[in-house]
Design a protein around this ligand. Structure first.
Ligand SMILES: [Zn+2]
Length: 504
């Protein structure tokens, strides 16, 4: 099935709400040996981009389209912003203001005082009438010599004037779009009934934090330095941000306040003064720095104490038939975000007084080896990737522990037969991990994140991978592994305190 057919079918699946992304992705795995290059076995090179995004973008667009009549999708200010002709962007805003005022003055329009007040407020960045010297414009309303008073206004604006229209138009558009994306993302969860996935991600998060707390307590290097309590406390503060009704309100309210502000300003003038009103709204709206709980793009993040994931993961967790795949994919991502809270670069400590050098060296060493063995386009292992690489590895260990807890002796049972290949639940877990980063294009590292194929193939570091696929020790996947990198748990490194003897 090609992607277009898939997208078409996906649209039908929305109403049935039964699209199992993991099962669909299993149907695309290649016949190659999983122990040779697991990433390309699970995600063959081909004409597709990031598989999760491509699969869900069309589904989500459909849901968003159904909301087209909602009030937040029909804001007057957004219509006006989109209608501003690009030729206006670089015009001199001060000249636009002077010309509008002169025209108002010529016809002795009663709103000219209001016009000057709005201009003054933008210049003084204050909503009252406070002003000083050049910024005191209100008295100019009484002057009836329009040419003369316009010239005075021009001179005043030359001292402290407006920025070009492009500045406030672009920033308003960007801010409004950001808010709309958050609103749409919450509505995707509500309209597609993804609450089951939200509940699942929530319980994964809680269970992983309990596992992590237990591991931290038993970690030799943390015990040796007496920091296990601090780390455990930070881990226990982490939670999944899922209060969607509150998030919806937090995004809708400032948007509507801004719309009201724009409409009030526009109605003060008999002729259109859109640019002044847009500049005014850009100065005084309350859009900045509103938190968001969810993303419409495939993404996840950690900002202490909360973790956030995109609607894609809730959809995957809601509709996946087998928990093993959900744990490998959504569980791994949720674990990665939790892990961000407890992974530190020993050379750049932020939250903890100390961190194990050996643990981080092991992780970086694994990424280095995997990178060298599987490089496609570009891959590198650098110090600035420590946080992400460490979070990947600990996230995988946490998610796998949940898998063990859930499946126990049943992990080797067959889940499905595909291309005559019997796929066990344990294998499904690792396929899920690969599908999180599936991309048909050659892998390249993206800044702090390692290349997708490297992020996936480091899973060989977990002994369960070898067990799941019965990989030979001299296979390519296993040839990259020296030892399992454990940051936390009783088998994590000792990293003892260094005692420096002073020369007396
Ligand atoms: Zn991350």
């Amino acid at each position: 099935m090609n992607l277009k057919t898939f997208i078409l079918l996906s649209t039908i699946f929305v109403s049935a709400n039964a699209f199992d992304f993991i099962k669909y992705s299993l149907g695309r795995i290649s016949q190659t040996d999983p122990c040779d290059d697991f990433y390309r076995h699970a995600c063959p090179l081909g004409e597709y981009g990031h598989l999760v995004s491509e699969a869900y973008d069309s589904l989500f667009k459909e849901v968003i389209y159904k909301q087209k009549d909602s009030s937040w999708e029909n804001l007057e200010i957004l219509k006006v912003l989109e209608e501003v002709h690009v030729s206006v962007f670089d015009e001199d805003m001060n000249e636009i203001i002077v010309n509008s005022f002169e025209e108002m003055c010529q016809r002795n329009a009663p709103e000219k005082a209001n016009f000057l007040l709005r201009v003054q407020q933008v210049l003084t960045k204050s909503l009252d009438t406070t002003c000083s010297q050049y910024t005191c414009l209100l008295p100019l309303a009484k002057d009836e010599n329009c040419t003369q008073v316009s010239e005075i206004l021009r001179r005043r604006l030359s001292h402290r004037g407006f920025e070009p229209p492009s500045m406030f138009i672009e920033s308003l558009k960007w801010e409004i779009e950001k808010y709309l994306k958050n609103i749409r993302a919450v509505n995707i969860i509500l309209d597609m009934n993804l609450q089951k996935g939200v509940k699942k991600l929530n319980s994964f998060t809680e269970e992983m934090i309990a596992v992590l707390s237990d591991w931290v307590k038993k970690t030799p290097w943390a015990n040796n330095h007496g920091v296990e309590g601090t780390i455990e406390q930070i881990a226990n503060e982490i939670h999944l941000e899922d209060n969607f009704p509150v998030q919806l309100a937090k995004n809708i309210e400032p948007l509507f306040k801004m719309e009201k502000m724009f409409l009030k300003c526009s109605r003060e003038f008999s002729k259109q003064e859109d640019l002044l009103c847009l500049a005014y709204v850009a100065e005084f709206n309350e859009l900045q720095s509103t938190p968001h709980a969810i993303f419409s793009e495939f993404s996840a993040m950690y900002r202490h104490p909360s973790t956030r994931v995109s609607s894609h993961l809730y959809a995957i967790a809601t509709n996946a038939e087998a928990e093993a795949g959900t744990l490998g994919m959504a569980g791994l991502i949720a674990g990665h975000e939790i892990a961000h809270g407890v992974i530190e670069d020993p050379k750049r400590l932020q939250l903890f007084p100390v961190f194990s050098n050996e643990a981080i060296e092991c992780v970086q060493n694994q990424y280095n080896k995997t990178c060298r063995e599987f490089v496609e386009e570009i891959c590198e292992t650098d110090e600035y990737q420590i946080d992400e690489n460490g979070a990947d590895m600990l996230g995988l260990q946490l998610a796998y522990q949940l898998f063990e807890n859930t499946y126990g002796d049943k992990k080797g049972f067959e889940y499905i037969k595909i291309h005559n290949r019997s796929i066990t639940y344990q294998q499904l877990f690792f396929y899920g991990a690969a599908f999180a980063n599936c991309d048909g294009r050659k892998s390249v590292g993206l800044g702090t994140h390692s290349a997708s194929n490297v992020r996936t193939n480091v899973i060989a570091n977990h002994p369960a991978f070898k067990e799941a696929f019965q990989c030979a020790s001299d296979s390519r996947m296993m040839s990259t592994v020296e030892k399992q990198c454990l940051v936390y748990g009783e088998k994590a490194p000792q990293t003892r305190k260094k005692f420096h003897q002073k020369n007396i």
